[in-house]
Write a protein that binds this ligand. Structure first.
Ligand SMILES: [Zn+2]
Length: 338
């Protein structure tokens, strides 16, 4: 494996208020990848207007492949928005051999600091490509205009460490995966910090937003060094993927992952009260009622989870190790609101 680019371990994050406005002057004739909603707040921050705007509606692979092939030339590719805008800007930049400028509209996903691009292929998540951001502009002015629940959902991909590490250790004990103590220690520390920062995150303060973005960068660096995402991704994500696959609806990623962490921590019998505490202190949305997932849907996704994980050849986790029957489902779902 060739050594990773230093920026893959230490992305170029910039923090401040009004930094998008200043930066836009240096983008030349640029392509902006965003959504109409984000453009409402971000548009007035752009001192230099884009040459072309591309509104992201999907990450469906055939659709975005076609869009990429039809793009006019641009001096800079800029993504401003949530996960999809980040990923599509990364995808276009990768296809054009360029480095995108990314400005997340909320601290809701780790897409800005991840190298690979999350796309959808036949309703399934697939990671491909290699896209390093020239700079990631974390403009608090923009991020704080997003609904509070979107920023709070940023904890999902960090709280996921709680269940992911359990799964990783379990897999190594069963000879299914190599467990790297150093990596596990590194991401476990992020969960401790998350617990301390939960008040700031609930308040969507600058301090909380900055911590979230830096925590993603730190987590991503650990995954790059480890060579896989086991330090932060396990059964909680697998459940989330099955929910998306089965219901064919899209969710705020972090909220769905939070529900996954709670349920899989229950299955793992792994300090569920700590998960509850962090969910409550940050006031992130995770209840099926808030996520509009019905009881039969969730029950089905849990009962079919082992089959799904096997079919998708997902890494070994608690899902493979435990029987998930109606009794188990009843037990782990007992505190949920539908
Ligand atoms: Zn995730």
């Amino acid at each position: 494996m060739k050594p990773p680019d230093p920026r893959a371990l230490n992305p170029n994050l910039e923090f401040g208020r009004g930094i998008i406005a200043e930066a836009s002057k240096s983008w030349g004739d640029y392509l902006l990848v965003t959504t109409p909603e984000v453009l409402k707040s971000a548009g007035k921050m752009l001192l230099k207007k884009p040459g072309r705007i591309f509104f992201v509606t999907t990450m469906d692979l055939p659709v975005i492949e076609k869009a990429a092939s039809e793009l006019p030339p641009a001096d800079t590719i800029v993504g401003i928005g949530g996960g999809m805008a980040m990923d599509l800007a990364k995808f276009f930049a990768w296809k054009k051999g360029m480095e995108p400028v990314l400005a997340p509209s909320a601290a809701s996903v780790d897409a800005p600091v991840c190298l690979s691009v999350a796309v959808r292929d036949q309703h399934k998540v697939k990671y491909l490509g290699y896209s390093l951001a020239r700079v990631i502009l974390c403009d608090f002015e923009l991020m704080q205009t997003a609904p509070a629940n979107i920023n709070r959902a940023g904890i999902g991909d960090l709280l996921s460490i709680h269940t992911a590490l359990f799964d990783w250790k379990l897999a190594s004990e069963r000879g299914k995966s190599e467990y790297l103590q150093e990596s596990a220690k590194g991401t476990a520390k992020l969960v401790d910090e998350l617990e301390e920062m939960s008040g700031e995150i609930r308040a969507v303060s600058e301090k909380g937003l900055k911590w979230l973005m830096e925590a993603y960068a730190g987590e991503n660096a650990i995954c790059v060094k480890t060579g896989n995402s086991r330090p932060e991704e396990g059964s909680e994500h697998f459940l989330a993927y099955n929910v998306e696959y089965h219901t064919r609806r899209s969710y705020v990623h972090g909220e769905l992952v939070c529900l996954g962490v709670l349920l899989m921590a229950g299955l793992q019998e792994n300090n569920v009260s700590r998960v509850h505490k962090i969910l409550n202190q940050t006031q992130v949305k995770y209840q099926p009622e808030e996520l509009r997932i019905s009881k039969p849907e969730l029950e089905y996704c849990l009962l079919s989870l082992k089959q799904y994980a096997e079919k998708e050849n997902l890494p070994y986790s608690i899902i493979n190790a435990k029987t998930i029957n109606e009794k188990t489902v009843g037990k782990i779902c007992r505190d949920l609101n539908f």
